[in-house]
Design a protein around this ligand. Structure first.
Ligand code: HEM
Length: 435
């Protein structure tokens, strides 16, 4: 579908066949991103991974991301952080057992805590403030800015809205805190692991690259800040959304909830605790997570692409600078590809083998092609661990006699899709925490 919004041509792709043309066959032409007001300001002039234009600088960052920051060994090395943070979450839930809790808020907070420690090291008041400001700031990114579709008069339009001012204010606050954290770390020696943490955080990895190897594009402090901002921007709301949607679907579908809890308890009852080393045995939980990615894709329109040169797709001329939005949500519910597409049915993946690597274009929760998500190892591990802990240790009931069919499943639009209402639920301890 072609849509002219303001001065910008947009193409919205909703079929896997056409998505293949954009994201596979002609991927190199659509491997750039449009520059948006929020990304220009918040991502240091689009020098992050997610919004950098396609080219050598982006290739360098992407390589650092896949080989250093989000590789399998790195994700493994960050395991103690997620274990400690999710254990703390479960302790606080156990403390409130029998009473309704806002589970959405707790999941969101733990996702931030995991990412702040992974990126910046041990917790501190300064980092709590940083988390608070990032949380507020990400809401601005989700807001549509009219100036993004009228670039020729954006300065004039910004006289009438305060979005730009708000984004700038948040950016300045974050920049100051990150600048101070980087300076402190450099003073304390860039190669020393943050005191109190057993594993190396991502800031340290980036500082070592900055001072050590010779890179085609030497990394400035602002480049490092931009990359770290991506880890928060792309890694926190996404994982929160998946855990939240999964819990909501399980509360609605009690038989699926029981099946997944039976599996977890069968695998972990001998140890009395959840252990990532046994995650290969969690076949049903993996099916449930896959189904959440299909039914509630976290980034429903992926991130926008922009054509770098004119081209022809399916007989249509696509001019340069056309924005492309790929509707992963619609493709995940296309009845041509999915039986009973409007139902939450994890078992469908027993017969249909799909992966997170976009081998089938009707299932692309992490995007496809050159710009696909580099967090396909880290994201699912965080999600799986949180869900395994919440579902192993606790039984869950809806508050105030609420019935599963009353549970509100409306979505709100944002970078990451989320449920309109926070999930309130009553935890009952089933398997006490051993620590
Ligand atoms: C369950 C979790 C996640 C989901 C569903 C998800 C999904 C996505 C999607 C759909 C895109 C756009 C891909 C495209 O345009 O084709 C993306 C991009 C990206 N994601 Fe993720 N993501 C998740 C977790 C993470 C995590 C944990 C990180 C890092 C800590 C991360 C970092 C990024 C980055 C840096 C990009 C931009 C890539 C580029 O433009 O080259 N994501 N993600």
């Amino acid at each position: 579908m072609h849509l002219r919004l303001g001065e910008i041509d947009n193409v919205i792709v909703s079929s896997p066949e056409i998505a293949k043309e954009f994201l596979k066959t002609h991927d190199i032409i659509f491997a750039s991103r449009p520059s948006l007001i929020s990304s220009e300001i918040g991502c240091y002039g689009n020098t992050d991974i997610a919004f950098a234009p396609y080219g050598n600088y982006w290739k360098q960052l992407r390589k650092i991301c896949t080989q250093e920051l989000l590789s399998t060994p790195r994700v493994q090395s960050l395991r103690p952080i997620r274990e400690e943070e999710v254990t703390d979450l479960c302790k606080s839930i156990a403390h409130n057992a029998g009473k309704p809790i806002n589970l959405t808020d707790k999941i969101s907070q733990v996702s931030y805590d995991i990412m702040v420690r992974a990126c910046l090291g041990k917790k501190s008041d300064e980092k709590s403030l940083f988390t608070k400001i990032v949380r507020e700031g990400l809401q601005n990114v989700s807001v549509f800015d009219i100036a993004d579709v009228y670039p020729s008069i954006k300065l004039l339009l910004h006289l009438f809205t305060d979005l730009r001012r708000r984004v700038e204010k948040h950016h300045e606050q974050l920049d100051t805190i990150m600048g101070k954290i980087i300076d402190d770390r450099k003073r304390a020696s860039a190669v020393k692991i943050d005191e109190g943490e057993k594993q190396e955080d991502l800031l340290n990895v980036l500082l070592k690259l900055q001072s050590g190897v010779s890179l085609e594009h030497p990394l400035t402090n602002d480049n490092i800040k931009a990359v770290l901002m991506d880890m928060f921007g792309a890694g926190v709301d996404t994982t929160t959304s998946v855990v939240d949607w999964t819990m909501a679907e399980l509360l609605k579908n009690r038989i699926i909830l029981k099946t997944v809890q039976d599996e977890l308890r069968q695998v972990f009852d001998d140890k009395g605790r959840v252990d990532e080393s046994n995650f290969d045995e969690l076949e049903y939980l993996k099916l449930v997570i896959k189904e959440t990615f299909r039914f509630h894709p976290t980034v429903p329109l992926l991130l926008p692409r922009e054509s770098r040169e004119p081209c022809q797709i399916n007989g249509y001329d696509i001019p340069a600078k056309t924005r492309v939005l790929v509707n992963a949500w619609a493709m995940g519910r296309d009845p041509k590809y999915w039986n009973d597409a409007q139902s939450f049915k994890p078992e469908r993946f027993l017969e249909k083998s799909v992966d997170f690597k976009a081998s089938s274009l009707e299932y692309i929760p992490f995007g496809a092609g050159r710009r696909m998500c580099p967090g396909t190892i880290y994201g699912p591990v965080i999600v799986e661990f949180q869900l395994a802990m919440l579902l192993y240790h606790f039984d869950w009931i809806l508050p105030d006699g609420m019935k599963p069919e009353d549970l509100e499943m409306t979505e709100v639009f944002g970078v990451a899709s989320r449920r309109k209402q926070d999930l309130y639920v009553v935890p009952i301890v089933s398997r006490p925490l051993l620590v």
